[in-house]
Design a protein around this ligand. Structure first.
Ligand code: DX5
Ligand code: ZN
Length: 229
């Protein structure tokens, strides 16, 4: 996977990437919020798109994506919480996504949707909610650039990390390593400075953090603290 756009932070062969979720940003000052992340050690900017159907909440779509593309120096990691992702993935690719992810449980067959993203030269990601058996991800680990394990139920920022997620992260890490794959493992929901290390230790490569970054007095320090070995 070409990571040239990412400031790879790897220690002892393991990545410790942080992807701040813009969902928790102050939308009245979106450009300034993005500038803060530009100045930080974060590798990605996580973009949560909700349609009010797949999840009981609506966030934002293409106009905000355009603003993010304009201001962000960090690659955009798009997390689609929508039904019928096949209708929209290409537009998110064209809007400048670095990766486009959608939920396995939102589709009958992920393969054609992944193919649409791949055909645009964009990284693919498959995501599952905490109530979906992790085994359902296994056949896809070699087919995608990244998998995203939700550690809260998709739909809202600011929820508490579900402790059972740690075992799910360990399981997927084992599967990736046993098969010698380079697939990135991302974890999303309820991540903060106090639990980040445990989630990295369980095998995550990328941690999404919304409120822990944008709700912090010093977002740059919060990001640094989460990355700390
Ligand atoms: C939840 C979103 C998350 C959310 C994370 O549906 O997918 O990315 O923004 O927010 P925090 O870090 O506050 O749990
Ligand atoms: Zn997300």
């Amino acid at each position: 996977m070409g990571n040239s756009v990412v400031n790879s932070s790897e220690s002892a062969g393991r990545r410790h990437w942080i992807a701040p979720s813009v969902l928790a940003a102050d939308f009245g000052h979106l450009a300034e919020e993005v500038e803060k992340i530009n100045a930080s050690e974060a590798e990605l900017l996580h973009v949560d798109v909700m349609d009010g159907v797949f999840v009981p909440n609506i966030s934002f779509g293409f106009p905000i994506m355009k603003t993010l593309r304009t201001y962000s120096k960090k690659p955009l990691d798009v997390h689609l919480m929508i039904t019928h992702p096949e209708k929209y993935v290409e537009r998110f690719c064209d809007a400048g996504a670095w990766s486009v992810g959608f939920h396995l449980e939102a589709v009958d067959d992920p393969a054609p949707v992944l193919a649409l993203i791949r055909a645009k030269g964009v990284r693919t990601c498959l995501t599952i909610n905490p109530d979906i058996d992790v085994k359902r991800l296994e056949p896809w680990l070699g087919e995608v650039d990244m998998v995203l394990l939700m550690s809260v139920f998709a739909g809202f920022g600011g929820q508490s990390f579900i402790p059972e997620s740690i075992e799910r992260v360990r399981h997927i890490r084992r599967c990736i390593d046993e098969r010698g794959l380079g697939t990135l493992l991302e974890v999303d929901g309820g991540i903060h400075t106090k639990n980040a290390q445990a989630v990295f230790d369980a095998g995550a490569d990328v941690l999404v953090a919304g409120s822990a970054v944008f709700g912090a007095k010093d977002p740059l320090a919060a990001i640094r603290a989460m990355k700390a070995e």
